[in-house]
Design a protein around this ligand. Structure first.
Ligand code: SR1
Ligand code: MG
Length: 419
């Protein structure tokens, strides 16, 4: 059946029939409706009361296809139900960093949610050079709580298995499997890259064996390591922030996958912003060094705070139950040593996934604005080469890089060597 997006009057009529939504919009029969979706998948509307524009909600609806491509790329509309379930689950674990869902409709495949009207999409804020003093603290809290509580470290084995075996996000996982782990490493028609990007840099993605092996290992981990309920698309376009608050939105790609996929996605996007900075600041007549320094500090801060909070929640849980995940009593040396090994492996996964996520944004079909807005082709290509260089190192050396500080040092070296 052909899909027609809501007209303003249709959406108004629909919303006014829902008491939970009317309660948010006040006693108004006239609503302002603006379609604002700039993502790849869905329609998104800001709806506010004509009498009092402060009363406002967001409506998100899934069309039966990928919006970026159109009907030629069909997608199941049930993805909206999955997104609602994930928002509710993550919201229960981390209410201060996840928007509230007021209403969900599994026939129209839409939801009505909290409007974050004093926040903006983080990617845009980073392009404009805004400093977010709470960002690393908030995102590390969100990551530690959501990743821990969806896993076998917290859930009873039967509850975890039931959750993993439940509804699997097959179609959206397929998008990631192809666009993140497969197509960027082949000569695929969906790939798009700057004409000025040296052919050798692209060729290397297809031929450099250590890189191919590492990317294959990350694809395997993505497809097989059902560790926890991950957000699945935690780039800086999935975060809304202001100076004081940070919200994680858009978990339509949520599935039981490896923890490092979320931590890696966030770090990858900070690193893309780091290299793109050269253009954005120089264009504005500023020295990029200060903001680049801040971005690398965020990379370090988010990982270090995440690891510390994750371990703390884990220890507390073991103390409360008296039982270590290893078996035996909580607090033994073996339990602590296991925790170290666990975090070390998660760190390596984080770097490997970060590498894949950076590469896909340079050569794959779905781009990021901090790179595509670079108008000078030669500068853009130079920045893209740096992104690819670091991404390769993160993938290939992910088990040797001993700390997040080693990663930021490497990132700065890649910048300095090709300045
Ligand atoms: C074709 S969909 C492209 C991308 O948009 C989403 O945000 C995900 O990152 C997906 O891979
Ligand atoms: Mg999204």
């Amino acid at each position: 059946m052909h899909f027609e997006a809501f007209s303003s009057s249709e959406l108004t009529e629909y919303l006014l029939g829902i008491p939970a939504v009317c309660a948010r919009l006040g006693d108004d029969s006239e609503l302002q409706v603006v379609e604002v979706g700039d993502g790849n998948l869905n329609y998104v509307y800001f709806v506010s009361s004509a009498l009092d524009p402060r009363l406002s909600v967001v409506v998100k609806q899934a069309p039966p296809y990928l919006r970026l491509v159109g009907e030629a790329w069909p997608l199941p509309r049930e993805r909206m139900e999955r997104e609602v379930a994930a928002l509710r689950r993550f919201g229960a674990l981390c209410p201060e960093h996840v928007p509230r869902v007021f209403h969900a409709d599994s026939e129209k495949f839409l939801m009505v949610m909290q409007r974050l009207d004093s926040h903006r999409v983080l990617r845009g804020g980073l392009i404009d050079g805004i400093v977010y003093p709470q960002l690393a603290d908030h995102i590390s809290t969100y990551l530690a709580r959501t990743l821990f509580h969806g896993s076998d470290l917290y859930l009873a084995p039967d509850a975890k298995k039931a959750a993993v075996g439940g509804d699997i996000n097959t179609e959206l996982c397929r998008i990631t499997e192809e666009l993140v782990f497969t197509f960027p490493f082949e000569d695929h028609p969906s790939n798009v890259y700057s004409p000025a990007l040296p052919a050798t840099a692209v060729e290397r993605l297809r031929t450099h064996e250590p890189l191919r092996i590492a990317a294959g290992e990350m694809k395997w981990a993505f497809m097989n390591h059902a560790e926890t309920l991950v957000h699945g698309d935690l780039h800086t376009g999935s975060i809304m922030a202001n100076e004081h608050e940070t919200y994680v939105i858009d978990p339509e790609f949520a599935f039981y996958g490896p923890m490092g996929f979320d931590t890696g996605a966030f770090i990858a996007n900070l690193l893309l912003a780091y290299y793109a900075r050269d253009w954005h600041d120089r264009e504005a007549g500023r020295d990029p060094a200060a903001y680049q320094g801040w971005l690398l500090e965020q990379v370090e801060a988010v990982w270090n705070a995440f690891a510390q909070k994750f371990e703390q929640i884990w220890r507390m849980h073991e103390r409360e139950t008296g039982q270590a995940y290893l078996g035996g009593p909580a607090g033994t040396r073996a339990a602590e040593a296991f925790r170290d090994v666990f975090i070390r492996r998660l760190f390596a996964d984080t770097l490997g996934f970060a590498g894949c996520k950076m590469i896909r944004r340079i050569v794959g079909m779905a781009k990021v604005a901090e790179i595509t807005s670079i108008k000078d082709e030669a500068v853009r290509a130079r920045i893209e080469v740096r992104c690819l260089k670091l991404a390769e190192a993160l993938l290939v050396q992910r088990r040797e890089l001993a700390s997040i500080e080693a990663v930021t040092t490497l990132a700065a070296r890649v910048l300095a060597e090709s300045a």
